[in-house]
Ligand binder design. Sequence first.
Ligand SMILES: *Cc1c(COP(=O)(O)O)cnc(C)c1O
Length: 227
Amino acid sequence: MKNIEESLRYTLQQIRDAEQQYGRACGSVKLLAVSKTCNKEEILEAARWGQLDFAENYVQEAIEKIKATNNPALIWHFIGPVQSNKTRPIAEYFHWVHSIDRIKIAQRLNDSRPDGYPPLNVCIQMNISGETSKAGIGPEQARELAQAIITLPRLKLRGLMALPAPGHEFAQQRWPFARLQQHLRELQSSFPGMDTLSMGTTNDMVAAIAEGATMVRIGTAIFGPRA
Ligand SMILES: *Cc1c(COP(=O)(O)O)cnc(C)c1O
């Protein structure tokens, strides 16, 4: 097991350095610890050092860990593909869903959000060319989806998410993030509540921060390589 305290500290320092280097306000980029495949002990260890936001891709695995860690201070982000038969547990256990790309899924999450819970924070996943998976939608569909989401009282539209294909050079890493930022700006004039750009992983975090990321999703740098 990696020294989680050390790698968290190092990652947070890299984020602060990148904020400073690219003229971003100090503290404007939030670190999400991607804990897929991690066990409960690793999550609790990260939490002990102050990391409260965790992101997961697989519903069943995530819910077991949410129950096992049993810590109401933790904030859970769903970042994997949302299947329509899994919307109920997602709406019950998560605080954020970053990977919405269909109106039907948005409706189902809204309908499954339990009474008395605050609205579920959601981001629309876009596919800016070169995306690694088929997930995510284009600009016109994103606008239609945003329009639908704001009519759903149990969802709160927060922003855009993307997972571009890995680029090796810094300049090459920047351009898809720049496009996502541009899409956010265009949508913000109609949807002023959108304040989130969820982009950047271990390999391209600095490029994402340079282009306006407000949340970076980091697994490997914190917990080590996944099996
Ligand atoms: C796994 C994953 C990450 C984290 O990737 P690392 O390279 O381990 O930092 C971020 N976002 C999504 C959607 C992921 O599936």
